[in-house]
Design a protein around this ligand. Structure first.
Ligand SMILES: [Zn+2]
Length: 270
């Protein structure tokens, strides 16, 4: 059973769904025993792999899961069923925005037959991620983060046809959704600010893995390519969340539960 959450941001509805599970191993976060909080009866600690659908003037999908695959630490495959369960077919999606091009966030952009899954959509991503994961042959990347050939093929073709939009600076990609550069986890990592009626939901991608990071900058997870820059991005998010009482959620937050900070305490938002 995959977790689902619904958020209201002014007049917009945001549905969080999960493509599957990310298995957290010992030491993934620099808090001894942290993963024990999420262990099931068999001692396996899993976190969701979230995508977010924003219903407004457009149907916007934030992040595209891992795809119908399984590896040592990732199990995907549920996204299209989860979207169907909330009434969304791939062709309904007008805009896709990807927080970063790690394989648990872009997996459903293309089938293994090199066809675009969201074939009506414009796709937004950080320019520096596109350069690194798609343009570059990525010889320096660890094998686990190298982009699959069918994905590179489709993204290159979409780019050539003008359907990939590369984000350099804070950019309103559709009315009420702003892509915010938050580099560090990857060079072109983006968070997304969903705004309406004076309310805001921050979708953090992998800038943070757990709600406790909203107040503790020393809490880190593996896989940040530039830890110094990643910390700076987390501090930027922390200031925004603290100053405006903003609700925030990352792609791997346990139970797809969002959080906010009240009087320096992290509080779950249900
Ligand atoms: Zn991830």
């Amino acid at each position: 059973m995959h977790p689902r959450s619904t958020f209201r941001v002014g007049s917009k509805r945001v549905e969080a769904v999960s493509d599957g599970w990310f298995t957290m191993r010992e030491g993934f976060m620099n808090v001894p025993g942290y993963q024990h909080n999420f262990e099931d009866e068999s001692g396996v600690a899993t976190l969701p792999i979230a995508s977010f659908v924003v219903f407004g003037d457009h149907v916007t999908l934030l992040d595209a899961g891992y795809g119908p695959h399984q590896s040592r630490s990732l199990t995907g495959g549920a996204l299209l069923d989860e979207l169907a369960a909330i009434g969304v077919q791939p062709a309904d999606v007008d805009v896709v925005a990807i927080s970063h091009l790690h394989l648990d966030h872009d997996g459903w952009l293309a089938t293994e037959h090199a066809e675009a899954v969201f074939d009506q959509a414009t796709i937004h991503m950080g320019r520096d991620d596109y350069e690194l994961f798609v343009r570059d042959d990525a010889a320096t990347q660890s094998p686990g983060f190298k982009m699959a050939p069918h994905l590179r093929e489709v993204l290159t073709a979409l780019y050539d046809s003008g359907r990939v939009m590369l984000v350099d600076d804070a950019t309103e990609i559709v009315p009420g959704i702003v892509a915010l550069p938050t580099p560090g986890h990857t060079p072109g990592h983006l968070a997304f600010s969903i705004r309406d009626g004076g309310e805001q939901l921050l979708v953090l991608g992998d800038a943070m893995y757990c709600p406790a990071q909203l107040t503790d900058a020393d809490l880190t997870a593996m896989h940040d390519v530039d830890p110094v820059l990643a910390r700076r991005s987390r501090e930027l998010i922390q200031r925004e969340v603290e100053a405006h009482g903003t609700t925030a959620i990352g792609c791997h937050f346990p139970g797809l539960q969002a959080a906010r900070v009240i009087s320096s305490e992290v509080v779950a938002v249900s």
